[in-house]
Write a protein of this length. Structure first.
Length: 48
C-alpha cells in the first residue's frame, strides 16, 4: 500500500511540473515525505 501511494505521488509530482507548475511545490513536499516514510520503514526492518 505504501509503495502504491509513493508511486501515485511521484506521478502527480511529475504531472505538476507539466500541467500545474504552481502545484509542483506541494506535490514535491508530499513526495519527500513519502520517501522519508519508505526509508524509515526499510531501516526499521518492518515488512511493507
Amino acid at each position: 500500500m505504501l509503495w502504491t501511494i509513493a508511486v501515485v505521488i511521484l506521478v502527480l509530482w511529475l504531472l505538476g511540473f507539466i500541467l500545474l507548475p504552481a502545484a509542483g511545490g506541494l506535490i514535491h513536499i508530499l513526495l519527500v515525505i513519502a520517501v522519508i516514510v519508505v526509508l524509515m520503514q526499510l531501516v526499521s526492518g518492518k515488512k511493507l
